[in-house]
Ligand binder design. Structure first.
Ligand code: PLP
Length: 447
């Protein structure tokens, strides 16, 4: 990955050693202008491979073999899941943690114990993986979309209150790409209207807001450990929180409604519930990766800071703004792209040009509320029974009001977290690729 930088040697300047942002910008611009974009037949800005994901170490294997040979594979026997829960709660500074089968099931269980019921409404960030919407739909509740702040790419607190109705039960801020939502105003609105707050922290392991870890700030936090995640076990999830009553109820609901902790439900043995349990294999995998998560997070942050400093110097590229006193973990690293500053080069062609430069990237989430999923839900028999025709029409019309989210969906470009685990020189290649594309925007637009 640490490839020889003959291009830099030729120009006699390593980006990192150039003092002064103005000088840095001019020198590198002329360098970028001189080289032909890879999409037009030039040499790619980045040669070599990026770190792969996920990563596995042979030294971790005995712990998996131990589970395999014990024959205690299910949560009701064995100890790894409980060990994971205790360790993850400690890592986050939460009182309790409950491991689940996935992030989606964590959200479903979390909403259940926060009393989100069929016919209720939950206000959620629209700029998210579709699972956030789906979890609410699985509860037969309505995912009501707040708007997105184009500067932060997260839920705009100013858009929440006008979405509240007498059916609203909870707010689900999503710390998308591992960037903390601005939780203080969200908590204030929730407090004022007596709403629960369930954090979708499925992409935000170790992200911090004002000294607290994401997932420990609202009533409950939910995490995913799916294969692509920073702490992966193929599938897996967790609910974190500080209230014993909620975590006991969650434990019961996720385990077929068996008694759990102090929660015995309405009957001596079973209450309502499902099977949303994690397996010991998954917990053993996760426990092995804690140190790596901490080290990787530090590296991603360092590289993201370096990249942001370089990108801020490029007109038309806007890195996301984080809330005051918060730290992201960058499941993806996003920036907003202004085609006007790239001689009209459309975003899709910019992305193609970046890929040709050896920088894999993609647009962020689309305006997925227009994709048919929500239409299918609200035209179903169940939703028509649960909500009035007038409410469903108002709901559908409200998608048109999401102007901040529309802008974000149309202009975001994102790179995946594994690029941030590369060497510093590789990170500099990302900015260099963008400068090169900018210098040749008009030609690329015609390509
Ligand atoms: C923001 C967000 N919410 C929820 C989920 C659901 O997690 P899982 O895939 O583990 O069910 C994901 C997973 O990709 C996610 O990124």
């Amino acid at each position: 990955m640490n490839v020889t930088k003959s291009r830099r040697e030729f120009f006699g300047v390593a980006a990192a050693t150039v003092a002064g942002a103005g000088l840095f910008g001019r020198r590198v611009f002329s360098q970028a202008a001189a080289s032909k974009p890879a999409l037009l037949g030039g040499t790619p800005a980045h040669a070599g491979r990026w770190p792969g994901w996920p990563e596995w170490r042979q030294t971790w294997e005995p712990s998996i073999l131990e589970v395999l040979r014990s024959g205690k594979w299910y949560r009701g026997s064995g100890e790894q899941v409980q060990q994971f829960e205790a360790a993850y709660a400690t890592l986050l500074g939460a009182k309790r943690c409950l491991a689940t089968a996935s992030g989606t099931t964590a959200l479903v269980v979390g909403m259940h114990v926060l009393d989100v019921d069929a016919g209720d409404e939950v206000i959620v960030s629209p700029f998210t993986f579709i699972a956030s919407y789906n979890a609410i739909l699985l509860k037969m509740a309505l995912p009501v979309l707040a708007d997105t702040d184009p500067a932060t790419l997260t839920m705009d607190p100013a858009s929440i209150e006008r979405r509240i109705t007498e059916r609203t039960r909870a707010i689900m801020p999503v710390h998308i790409y591992g960037m903390p939502c601005d939780m203080d105003p969200i908590l204030a609105i929730a407090g004022k209207h007596q709403l629960a707050v369930i954090e979708d922290a499925c992409q935000a392991w170790l992200a911090e807001y004002k000294g607290r870890k994401c997932g420990t700030i609202g009533d409950l936090g939910c995490f995913s450990f799916q294969n692509s995640k920073h702490l992966p076990s193929g599938e897996g999830g967790a609910i974190t929180g500080n209230r014993d009553d909620l975590l006991d109820r969650a434990g019961s609901f996720h385990d077929c409604g068996r008694s759990y902790g102090r929660f015995t439900g309405t009957r001596p043995n079973f209450t309502r519930g499902g099977n949303f349990r994690m397996q010991h294999f998954q917990a053993a995998m996760l426990l092995q990766q804690f140190d790596k998560l901490v080290q990787d997070t530090a590296r991603r942050r360092e590289n993201a800071d370096r990249l942001s400093a370089a990108l801020k110097e490029i007109p038309g590229i806007q890195p996301a703004r984080l809330p005051e006193n918060s730290r992201a973990v960058w499941h993806l690293y996003p920036f907003r792209y202004d085609a006007d500053r790239f001689q009209g080069l459309p975003r899709d062609t910019f992305i193609r040009a970046m890929r040709a430069e050896g920088i894999p990237c993609s647009g962020g989430y689309q305006e997925q509320y227009f994709d048919g999923l929500l239409d299918e839900a609200i035209s179903s028999r169940g939703y028509k029974r649960l909500f009035s025709a007038q409410r469903l029409k108002e709901y559908r019309d409200s998608f048109e009001e999401l102007t901040g989210n529309r802008e974000v969906c149309a202009t975001t470009v994102a790179i995946t977290q594994n690029l941030l685990l590369a060497e510093r020189a590789d990170i500099d290649d990302i900015a260099e690729a963008i400068r090169k594309i900018q210098a040749h925007g008009a030609e690329l637009a015609r390509a």
